[in-house]
Design a protein around this ligand. Structure first.
Ligand SMILES: O=C(CO)COP(=O)(O)O
Length: 252
């Protein structure tokens, strides 16, 4: 945790479920909220499920986010969704540059930066994802890779927009494997230094989330690490009980 920074526990639902299941999951999260005191909550359904999730929350107190947005404001971009459309649908956040999008859609740091600019212009808080592959970690490049992704993916107005960074080592996503707590703390310390250097006066308190196989059994230890200001949760966010247990692991 970082002093004076309220943690954020975000659920990335990825491409899962039906409309009915999304509504039930959102309702399950809303129904269990009283056990969560120490963190803000965010759920990020697929585009088609945003509306039912937002309606279930009564548009509050759990924030809603998209999993991607276009870098363009509007117009002839078949299949894309703009940041303004997300805001209009009740979103306050958008996940950008997830490693699955970088891999599946060839998204570059420059494109992620352009999308983050579009998100900020639409009043959304971007959650920019970074993280090394297993080969990069094995060859000792992890911190340099993440520092380069931060330099390339964060726009100049990122800190002023209260943007969020999520460190998600690619090899820890959906695998049940996590870095050691020392390795997470070291990476988050490096990210903090990079942000504080680039955005003096704001980068010191930018929320830095950890993501990759976070579950109820490891959440308390990870969330207690210095410069870890929350979690970006994939698989475990698809069960309301597990997601709430992770959020409840943040000290009140
Ligand atoms: O990619 C993730 C969140 O964005 C992490 O996924 P898992 O929690 O399933 O490892």
């Amino acid at each position: 945790m970082t002093p004076d920074v309220r943690p954020l526990i975000a659920g990335n639902w990825k491409m899962n479920g039906t409309l009915r299941e999304a509504a039930a999951l959102a309702e399950g999260v809303r129904a269990g909220l009283e056990g969560v005191r120490g963190a803000d909550l965010l759920i990020c359904p697929t585009f088609l499920h945003l509306h039912v999730a937002a309606a279930s929350m009564g548009w509050k107190p759990v924030a809603i986010g998209g999993q991607d947005c276009s870098a363009e404001a509007n117009g002839a971009h078949t299949g894309d969704v703009s940041a303004a459309m997300l805001a209009d649908a009740g979103c306050g956040y958008v996940i950008l540059g997830h490693s699955e999008r970088r891999a599946d859609h060839g998204e570059s740091d420059a494109l992620v930066q352009a999308k983050a600019r579009a998100a900020i212009a639409a009043g959304l808080i971007p959650i920019v994802c970074v993280g090394e592959t297993e080969a990069q970690r094995d060859s000792g490049e992890a911190e340099a890779v993440v520092a380069a992704q931060l330099a390339g993916s964060l726009p100049p107005d990122f800190a002023g927009a209260k943007g969020v960074v999520a460190y998600e080592p690619v090899w820890a996503i959906g695998t049940g494997r996590t870095p050691t707590n020392d390795d997470i703390a070291a990476m988050h310390g490096r990210m903090r230094a990079e942000l504080a250097g680039r955005f003096p006066g704001a980068g010191e308190t930018t929320r830095l989330l950890y993501g990759g196989s976070v579950k109820p059994s490891n959440a308390a230890a990870i969330l207690a690490l210095p410069n870890v200001d929350g979690a970006l949760v994939g698989g475990a966010s698809l069960k309301a009980e597990d997601f709430l247990a992770i959020a409840a692991a943040v000290p009140a």
